[in-house]
Design a protein around this ligand. Structure first.
Ligand code: GLN
Length: 311
């Protein structure tokens, strides 16, 4: 049966095999030049179950740029400090717009629609610059502690490349500051935001690190209740409505799980009460979501539905 160790491993290998048929579709991100060097033919997938077992297939231990997946760490840390007062500065609704859109930001007076579009994550980063003397260190330490991998680093090439090509994100940050919703120096806030996006982690690291969202807020790896169960449930709701940007509705239809993507090609998805999963393949669709990772999660979700129907 698929609940044995061999069964789960075989299941993942099957997903890897079928998902790989779509390698070649999509395009590696190039607006951050350091990301354009990625090999589009990579694919990895890893699962971390709530009882602490890890399963991996393909290139699941190859580090990649987490990019927007880091917005989940930023949000969780900020909510731990500020609680619901954060929502005075950031909204809770899907944007229906690309992740780097500026249009709503002006129309809505500098209050970003949600914490997973760039403008929202920049406001969240500002809150962390206010809360911590060394916010980047805090976020890196958190990623290490939650994943159990103490060698996780910020990729300096990616960070330099993001900084050099920061115009659009800088425009968002300055516009937001003009509306009074950024409290610190824009350069400090952008540096914090880009440094987090530039964390290098692999599928196993990310599946383990974000398992607290599947486990009512408890991180088995860190051995602590990282957030209250109530907060984990709420973060999952936001991931469901906004984690895939303007493709959130389409992804919900295809996969039906809370998830967060990044332009490095990674997608983390949560099966509450059961496991967390990270799939990675660098080539993206027009919304900035990995083509093959989305397909792998669709295959995973379909076979979960079938197996629970048989249980
Ligand atoms: N660092 C990227 C940016 O700011 C993150 C975007 C993403 O992964 N969607 O554009």
């Amino acid at each position: 049966s698929s609940t044995t160790v061999e069964g789960v491993q075989e299941w993942l290998e099957g997903i890897r095999h079928q998902a790989s048929t779509r390698l070649g579709q999509g395009k590696v991100a190039s607006y951050i030049p350091a990301l354009s060097k990625q090999d589009a033919n990579r694919f990895g997938i890893a699962i971390c179950t709530n009882d602490g077992r890890v399963y991996a297939a393909g290139d699941a231990r190859e580090p990649f740029s987490v990019q927007s997946i880091s917005k989940v760490f930023l949000l969780t840390l900020s909510l731990r400090v500020f609680g619901n007062t954060l929502w005075e500065r950031v909204g809770l609704n899907p944007s229906g717009m690309p992740f780097n859109s500026l249009i709503q930001l002006e129309a809505e007076c500098g209050k970003p629609r949600n914490p997973f579009i760039n403008a929202g994550a920049i406001v969240v980063a500002d809150s962390l610059v206010s809360a911590f003397a060394t916010p980047v260190q805090v976020i890196q330490d958190t990623a290490r502690r939650l994943s159990g991998n103490s060698s996780i680093l910020i990729d300096r090439d990616v960070l330099a490349s993001e900084w050099k090509h920061r115009s659009r994100n800088a425009a968002m940050a300055y516009l937001t500051k003009a509306f009074g919703n950024i409290n610190n120096e824009v350069d400090d806030v952008l540096h914090t935001y880009f440094a987090c996006c530039s964390l290098s982690m692999n599928c196993v690291d990310l599946a383990v690190a974000l398992n607290y969202l599947a486990a009512d807020g408890y991180s088995r790896q860190a051995g602590e209740q990282f957030v209250e169960a109530e907060l984990a449930r709420r973060i999952n709701s936001l991931l469901f409505t906004s984690g895939m940007y303007d493709a959130a509705g389409e992804f919900a239809y295809r996969v039906g799980l809370p998830a967060k993507s990044g332009v490095g090609g990674g997608i983390v998805a949560i099966v509450p009460g059961q496991f967390s999963v990270c799939a990675w393949s660098p080539a993206l669709d027009d919304n900035g979501n990995s083509v093959v990772a989305q397909y792998a999660l669709e295959l995973l979700s379909e076979s979960l539905a079938v197996s629970s129907a048989c249980a």
